[in-house]
Design a protein around this ligand. Structure first.
Ligand code: SF4
Ligand code: SF4
Ligand code: SF4
Length: 367
């Protein structure tokens, strides 16, 4: 049975109080959280070891500038675990990275929350999203979607964290501004918070209350997937979709799952030098430039789409406005579904590509 910590403070204030307690009492070596930078509404992710600096922490701010799962996987191990506050999709991507030996669960006290979604980059450019915040939190209190969240969030079915040590309950909590409820799922989270000043009771996060939101998001996902109709149009569809790709590789750089130290597509083998064009031109009579943009996406799809957590970062950064995330998630879910694999579900669940057996090809009808 899980434990519930209840504090008579707003959700974010209560969480910051817990983070301070953990740091001041040497339960953790640091805190990884979003924080305000200069007080003008700007913010960033930070690893904090000085408790006083947590005054500026805004761990529940609905904006994902970078995928936190990717960032914590590259932090050096510290003496004790680091308390990391990350969204469910960031946590799922961290789990996928742990499976690829890119981090250790033991190095973190993983804190997440029932997630109402993140703002898209373009809606936060003018005022850092300040005007959108009241409407966003009202929607979260009601347990519905704010109209201003990312498309990838409006179709995200994994908004309840898995594998978290602590879940802060946000969606559908009517007293969000005066009450903070935190569910402790692991023995270490219970041990670390034993002396924390909060009301403690036994209880389980009630999943049933999210059914309506889950249904709505699943419907949205179906619509989004239908619009990306690659299966009928094949390679021509890929060429159409990525025809305006400028080959910047931004989608790859922000992707928490792309983790190869030296990516083949970044090597000189894919330089758009004259030899590529000189070799192709006589054969085809015409070549797309920049070259290899479609191959790049096919390569990425085959390398990692089964681990795509649908965080939407790739779509956010794409200068050509290509719905990269929808395609990767759709392809990934189809491939992962064959193996009953859900990325980020279980750290001990092996990645399909690492346990693939040759005779599985016939099961898939490819013999
Ligand atoms: S993709 Fe899901 S978990 Fe991630 S920010 Fe959006 S709603 Fe939250
Ligand atoms: S492919 Fe896009 S949506 Fe999927 S994990 Fe990578 S950045 Fe996130
Ligand atoms: S971010 Fe967009 S333009 Fe850049 S490589 Fe990816 S799909 Fe192409």
């Amino acid at each position: 049975m899980d434990q519930i910590l209840s504090i008579d403070k707003g959700a974010e204030e209560g969480l910051v109080q817990l983070l301070k307690f953990l740091l001041e009492n040497d339960k953790v070596s640091g805190v990884f959280t979003l924080r305000k930078t200069t007080g003008k509404g700007f913010f960033d992710y930070a690893l904090i070891t000085e408790p006083g600096l947590l005054e500026d922490a805004i761990p529940l701010h609905p904006f994902m500038n970078v995928n936190g799962g990717k960032i914590i996987s590259s932090l050096p191990p510290m003496k004790k675990p680091v308390a990391a506050v990350i969204r469910p999709c960031e946590l799922r991507s961290f789990v996928e990275l742990v499976k690829r030996s890119q981090g250790s669960i033991d190095d973190f006290l993983l804190i997440s929350y029932t997630c109402g979604g993140s703002f898209p980059f373009d809606k936060t450019l003018k005022d850092n999203g300040q005007k959108l915040l009241p409407g966003y939190w009202k929607a979260v209190e009601k347990g519905v979607d704010s109209e201003n969240i990312r498309q990838s969030c409006a179709s995200c079915e994994h908004f309840v964290p898995q594998n978290a040590d602590i879940t802060v309950s946000l969606l559908g909590e009517k007293d969000l501004r005066s009450k903070c409820l935190m569910y402790l799922h692991s023995e270490r989270s219970m041990a670390m918070t034993e002396e924390f000043d909060a009301e403690i009771s036994d209880g389980q996060l009630e999943i049933k209350r999210f059914e309506a939101l889950l249904e709505k998001r699943s419907e949205q996902k179906k619509k989004d997937f239908k619009e990306i109709n690659i299966e009928d149009s094949g390679l021509d569809g890929m060429i159409d979709l990525f025809g305006r790709c400028i080959g910047c590789h931004g989608c790859m750089r922000v992707c928490p799952i792309c983790q190869c130290v030296l990516c083949d597509f970044e090597s000189c083998g894919y330089d758009p030098d004259t030899s590529v064009i000189a070799n192709e031109l006589p054969v085809r009579g015409g070549v797309r430039v920049p070259t290899d943009t479609v191959l790049f996406h096919i390569g990425r799809l085959s390398h990692m789409s089964f681990s795509c957590v649908g965080c939407g970062q790739c779509t956010e950064v794409c200068p050509a406005d290509i719905p990269v995330s929808t395609l990767f998630r759709k392809t990934g879910e189809q491939v992962a579904g064959i193996f009953d694999y859900i990325p980020g579900r279980d750290v001990d669940e092996e990645i399909p590509v690492t346990i693939f057996k040759e005779d599985e090809l016939s099961e898939l009808g490819n013999d």
